[in-house]
Design a protein around this ligand. Structure first.
Ligand code: UDX
Length: 456
């Protein structure tokens, strides 16, 4: 078993550290934030993630994981140091590498024995060559240091499971020493290991994420066409999924992809391509479709309603997907401000994301409208004029169609995640608009109770 240090305790670093400890390694997680370190030492996870806190407590009690701000002590005699700090997007789409550079410098100044530095953060292809050179330039002691690339593919909400049961471990190395050590570190995981050179490993991360982003944008593009042609995107996806070359995953049309990876990594790869004189047309298209898609529901609702001014608007779901409190690039962030600017009185429900959302949109008057956070979906729906569904939380899916009819002033639902069957909503007497499927409309508008199916 190895003595490992992990730099950065966000999704990537903390989950990796905890999983390495779970597999028997001795792990020290390093973060600059003292409050966060104190929190983790007390057994509390700074992020909302299934199974994480339990494994933190278990491995801390077993003495296999600890947390510190003292990077020197953590790096000094580590066999390997994993870097999992953020590489946030800059305004031009490029990745900000300043956190990686800071850690690289600290490593160079701290290590006292041969050490493998493993970069887990998503970095532009070629970065790890520079990181290695940078560390060697600043090395204080005469030790061997090499940099390997080991991108991760965890999804938020299932990060621990995705790490312990990954479909593959990608390792990008430039020496047999580095390759052998990484293989040994991962040996207790019993997972398939794909060993390639450093640049290929870096590229695998972008190519995988951007391919999935492309898949979603493709389905959203087809969904929009389905609406015009009277086809149903869910049936189309089902039919496509039987072809094993296409597969059944990531075919869900909706209001676009959000989160910390797809939006950032599509823009970053497009930027890298441009820097190298190449135009990555497919990825560019995926970005464009996604931008349009995020406000698709609002555009539909604006066609249906003259104004949102003074209306009670129920918003169900704020996070970019269920199972996380993360709001990065969430569709709610694009839609809520435009609704508020139009004077909507929003009643927002999210089982875990409301507090974070309230930091950006504090309860009360904002612009011409107001926002109120409720912990009960029925309170959001009571007497509402219109309802938007932005995240497919289990709690939202559990609301039966007839509830919208019973609770709302006018049962008018815009569903960005296609969580209901169109037929069920029609049977329940709910006017219903979703993505890429026929709408249930109110024939003759106000006053008429007859609902009929209609293409957009
Ligand atoms: C993603 C990748 O799945 C993961 O491998 C990578 O390491 C990081 O990025 P994550 O962003 O946590 O993970 O979430 P994911 O479940 O992939 O969803 C991303 C976005 O795509 C969400 O907004 C989700 O709603 C959307 N999505 C996903 C769709 O719109 N349709 C789909 O069919 C699948």
């Amino acid at each position: 078993m190895y003595k490992l240090a992990v730099a950065g305790t966000g999704y990537v670093g903390l989950v990796a550290g905890v999983c390495f400890a779970e597999k028997g390694h001795q792990v020290t997680c390093v973060d600059v934030d003292e409050d966060k370190v104190a929190l983790m030492k007390s057994g509390v996870s700074p992020i909302y993630e299934a199974d994480l806190e339990e494994l933190m407590q278990k491995n801390h009690a077993a003495g296999r994981i600890d947390y510190t701000t003292d990077y020197k002590a953590a790096y000094r005699d580590a066999d390997a140091i994993f870097i999992g700090v953020g590489t946030p997007e800059q305004p031009d789409g490029s990745a900000n590498l300043s956190y990686i550079a800071t850690v690289a410098r600290q490593i160079a100044e701290s290590i006292e024995k041969d050490c493998l530095v493993v970069v887990k953060s998503t970095v532009p292809v070629g970065t790890n060559d520079k990181v290695e050179q940078f560390i060697q330039d600043f090395l204080v002691n005469n030790v061997r240091v090499e940099v390997a690339s080991n991108p991760e593919f965890l999804a938020q909400g299932s990060a621990v499971h995705d790490t312990l049961h990954a479909e593959r471990i990608i390792i990008g190395t430039e020496s047999e020493w580095a390759e052998a050590m990484l293989k040994e570190i991962y040996a207790p995981f019993y997972l398939p290991i794909v060993s390639v050179n450093r640049r290929s490993a870096e590229m695998i991360k972008y190519a995988s994420n951007d391919f999935l982003a492309l898949k979603i944008s493709y389905m959203n593009d087809i969904a929009n066409l389905c609406e015009l042609l009277g086809a149903d995107i869910q049936d189309v996806a089902k039919g496509m999924s039987y072809d094993e070359r296409i597969g059944s995953k990531f075919l869900n049309a909706g209001i676009g992809f959000g989160g910390s990876c797809f939006p950032k990594d599509t823009k970053a790869l497009e930027y890298i391509a441009k820097q190298n004189g190449y135009e990555l047309k497919t990825v560019k298209a995926a970005i464009e479709v996604n931008k349009e898609q995020k406000t698709m529901l609002y555009k539909k609702a604006s066609k249906r309603l003259i104004t949102f001014n003074g209306l009670k608007v129920a918003v169900l779901g704020l996070t970019f997907k269920p199972g996380t409190d993360d709001l990065r690039e969430a569709a709610s962030l694009e839609n809520v401000p435009v609704l508020l600017a139009q004077g909507a009185n929003i009643y927002a429900y999210d089982p875990v994301g409301a507090d974070r959302f309230a930091k950006e949109f504090p309860e009360g008057q904002i612009d011409k409208g107001t926002i109120t956070y409720v912990s009960d979906i029925e309170e959001a729906l009571a007497n509402a004029n219109v309802c938007f569904i932005f995240t497919e939380w289990g709690e939202v899916k559990a609301v039966l169609p007839h509830k919208y009819r019973e609770l709302m002033r006018t049962p008018l639902v815009f569903d960005g995640r296609n969580i209901y069957s169109v037929q069920d909503m029609q049977d329940a007497g709910v006017e219903y608009h979703s993505i890429g499927r026929p709408s249930v409309t109110r024939a003759g508008m106000q006053g008429a109770n007859k609902l009929e199916l209609q293409n957009a």
